[in-house]
Design a protein around this ligand. Structure first.
Ligand code: DX5
Length: 212
C-alpha cells in the first residue's frame, strides 16, 4: 500500500496559510487540520471557519482533539472533508463510538479513531473491525514540534499484524529519521507538521519522505 504524506497545518505560518497550503498542493496526499478545544488538550487551535476559508483540492483530514466530537462533526461534513478522526479517550462507550463512526460515514467521510501514546491498542477492540483508519499518536497531542516517542511503534506493529489492510496513520515528530521506523512497523499514512512547514522548501521535505 502506498504511504500517504499528510502535512499538518498546525505548524504552518498561519499568517499566510493559503500560500503555505498552495506550496504543498501538488505534492501532498492529504492535508491535516488539527482541531483543539483547549479542554481535551491544553491548546486551542482552529475549526471549520478557518477550513472554509482555505482553497485546496487536497483531501482534508480532520483530527478532532476535542472532548465532544459528536457535536463537532456536522460542520466538517458540510465542507466535504475526506476523513474525520476522533479520540478513543474522548468517547469511551462502544455504542457512542459506533454511532459516531456511523454518523461520520453517513456524512460522506471516512472515520478514524486516535490513540494517545499511553492508550493501549486493546482500548479500541470494540470498534477497530469497523473503522477506516487508526491514528497512533507518537507525541502527546496538543502541540507541534515535539520529540517522537518510539515506544508507540510496538502498538503499530500489533495493530498491523491483526489488521494488515487497515490504514495506520502516525502523527507527531515525523521526520526523515523517524518515518522509516513507522513505515517498517506498518504505517501507511504519515502526518508531519514541523518537518514539512518548518522547512525552507516544504515540497522538497515531502519528496524526502517519499524517497524513504
Ligand atoms: C499534535 C498534532 C500533530 C502535530 C504534528 O497534537 O496532532 O499533528 O501538528 O506536528 P509535528 O509533525 O511537528 O510533530
Amino acid at each position: 500500500m502506498k504511504v500517504l504524506i499528510t502535512p499538518s497545518i498546525l505548524s504552518a505560518d498561519l499568517t499566510r496559510l493559503q500560500e503555505e497550503v498552495s506550496r504543498v498542493e501538488t505534492c501532498a496526499d492529504w492535508l491535516q487540520v488539527d482541531v483543539m478545544d483547549g479542554h481535551f488538550v491544553p491548546n486551542l487551535s482552529f475549526g471549520a471557519p478557518l477550513l472554509k476559508s482555505l482553497k485546496t483540492a487536497l483531501p482534508i483530514d480532520v483530527h478532532l482533539m476535542v472532548s465532544n466530537p459528536a457535536e463537532r462533526i456536522a460542520e466538517f461534513l458540510e465542507l466535504g472533508v475526506k476523513n474525520i478522526t476522533f479520540h478513543a479517550e474522548a468517547v469511551t462507550e462502544t455504542a457512542a463510538r459506533k454511532a459516531l463512526i456511523k454518523a461520520i460515514r453517513t456524512g460522506g467521510a471516512t472515520a478514524g479513531i486516535a490513540l494517545k501514546p499511553p492508550t493501549a491498542f486493546d482500548a479500541i477492540e470494540d470498534v477497530i473491525g469497523g473503522i477506516d483508519l487508526v491514528l497512533v499518536m507518537s507525541v502527546e497531542p496538543g502541540f507541534g514540534g515535539q520529540k517522537f516517542l518510539p515506544d508507540v511503534l510496538e502498538k503499530v506493529r500489533a495493530i498491523h499484524e491483526r489488521f494488515p489492510g487497515l490504514m495506520i496513520q502516525m502523527d507527531g515528530g515525523i521526520s526523515e529519521k523517524t518515518a522509516p521506523l513507522c513505515i517498517e512497523a506498518g504505517c501507511t499514512n504519515l502526518v508531519a507538521g514541523s518537518f514539512i512547514f518548518g522547512a525552507a522548501d516544504p515540497a522538497a521535505a515531502i519528496a524526502r519522505l517519499r524517497e524513504l
